[in-house]
Design a protein around this ligand. Sequence first.
Ligand SMILES: [Zn+2]
Length: 453
Amino acid sequence: MSLQAFVARRVVTPDGIRPAAILVDGERIQAVVSTDQILDRYKIHDFGEAAILPGLVDSHVHINDPGRAEWEGFETATRAAAAGGYTFLVDMPLNCLPATTSVTALHAKREAAQGRCRVDWAAWGGVVHDNQGDIEPLADAGVRGFKCFLVNPGIDGFTMVTEHQLRAALPHVARTGLPLLVHAELPGAIDRATETLLGADWSRYSTYLQSRPDDAELDAIRLMLSLCREYRFHLHIVHLSSSHALPELCAARAEGLPLTVETCPHYLHLSGETIPDRATLSKCAPPIRSHGNREKLWQGLRDGTIDMVVTDHSPCPPAMKQLDEGNFRTAWGGIASLSVALPLVWTEASKRGYTLLDLTHWMAEGPARLAGCDMHKGRIAPGYDADFVVFDADREFVLTEDKLHYRHPVSPYLGETLCGVIRATYLRGNPVFTEGEFPGEPAGREYAPNAKH
Ligand SMILES: [Zn+2]
């Protein structure tokens, strides 16, 4: 077994940030000790003034593989993840073909991932209009939980669910004990708003924003909270955008409902007022709202109403963004950010007085708990996987295309000066990204410890 010691002035452990040595035996962390306690037989990696954070966990990624690998794919998504400090991804069930709504489809995904992943991964299963009978078999086969849409997801092969269909699915979901991740927008408010915009100019961001009002999110969240109260399943709200929902989410948590909430880097960094017209790179659903809304989302993180920050990395071929036309109505909605999420969030968080410890709660521990891998991932502590990101938190850089390692290097953030450079990422003790390179063969594994294959 190889013995290694990872040393830095700022090691981010669950108890705080301090100078330390992380002792690693093979793939696991043995101990976190002071730097004078390293024995001779350890190979020392000294990162000096840099910070060492736990490998980040992203529970919201659209890998699109198998079936739409020209949009992204396991090789490129996991490479981008390694470059971004992530060591574990959970793949959304809708963009691949077949969609992950049955055990057969899960097996197809496993085959597509075989030997092609640079970081560890797992799968969410889908809940669609007619697959209630697949929910418990998918849980037995190793998915980490389920995803559903209350509004049309806009992709062939994956359907939304009505309240009626959801009621048929929820007893099965509750029996699995796994979380149900919900895209919380209801069509009613969106349809009503869109009707008033028939002659509107869809090259304007404000038109798109008006078409997806806060009420669409609020109505959906109210419905889900009442169903959660009734069926007692773990409800997880994905990509919260509207701060209007925060008081009710906070009250639901106080009531003791099994509820978690995520938001995404784009909602914490961008604001609707500054998105130029025709800039469809910033189109996503729910939409990026006002500056004031963004600040309330930060407040939601501060008071714990929002548990985590995950990317919703949702790439597509550049042509689908219709950059020439700039039509917010027809362009694909989704923002890819796996390689850049950590500096993006850190740039905003450090300005607001947050620490790297807060960051690891939002971007490692929280998502690991959601994905049920929090016994192995998301912390620098004895017994955990030796997954680390070495982060020069004080160094600035300008984002250029060569730093985006996903398939199509498009991004609304190009040209921005961001704070925090990812120097290296280690997966179970081995480097998977170091100074711009990806050493070794893809060694990422699926995390499905309880799967009855
Ligand atoms: Zn998504």
